[in-house]
Design a protein. Structure first.
Length: 206
């Protein structure tokens, strides 16, 4: 759809009924995009609070992600610089044994390429969690890719999902705090300031 504008695309997304019968709370696509965004957060799918508020990462996982990135809420939600696009745009429901369902598989094939075409200035994508990483980077282990982030720069920076479950992994994995997070913050600050990505030093011994 070469003649599609951002406005017409967003209208189409808001009207989407593709997964209506499979969404327990009904369709409510949540994403934040602009033509000028430089940094993209590619995530999983909205949770219940995000569904209620219409604001991505408006929960404890968002607090953790913002802390990882070293930015405040105002910067995080500055859509002129930061875009947020999950693999599934609507809340997918809960698994029988707890936890959210995977993003609806119909969503990314329907919308993602068209969304990406509206953001020509993207310089870095934070690939957050297993569903985003498997879609963008192919199969692999989230923890391995997150610790081996240098392999994916300068285009991508893989991260685990910032849920409460990740706290225990962080405590067991000091390299994440000593090595990954300082590099993440340096890259985020550079992109938001319109500077080239910094040279990332070798792994910091723990």
């Amino acid at each position: 759809m070469a003649d599609e504008t951002l406005e017409t695309l967003l209208e189409s997304i808001r009207a989407c009924q593709l997964c209506r019968t499979d969404l327990p709370l009904g369709p409510r696509p949540v994403l934040h995009i602009s033509r000028t965004a430089r940094l993209l957060i590619a995530s999983q799918a909205p949770g219940t609070r995000v569904h209620e508020t219409g604001q991505s990462f408006n929960d404890a996982s968002g607090d953790r992600l913002r802390a990882w990135m070293g930015i405040d809420r105002a910067t995080f939600y500055d859509v002129s610089r930061i875009a947020i696009v999950p693999m599934g745009l609507c809340y997918p429901g809960r698994l029988p044994k707890g936890g959210d369902c995977p993003p609806r598989p119909e969503c990314a094939p329907q919308w993602r390429a068209r969304i990406m075409a509206q953001m020509p200035g993207l310089e870095l994508t934070l690939v957050v969690g297993s569903y985003a990483q498997n879609h963008i980077l192919g199969p692999g282990r989230v923890s391995d890719r997150s610790l081996d982030f240098r392999r994916y720069l300068p285009r991508y920076f893989p991260l685990p999902h910032p849920s409460w479950r990740t706290g225990a992994w962080e405590r067991r994995t000091p390299q994440f705090g000593h090595d990954v997070l300082p590099a993440l913050r340096a890259c985020v600050q550079a992109v938001l300031a319109g500077r080239p990505l910094p040279a990332i030093p070798p792994v910091v011994p723990v």
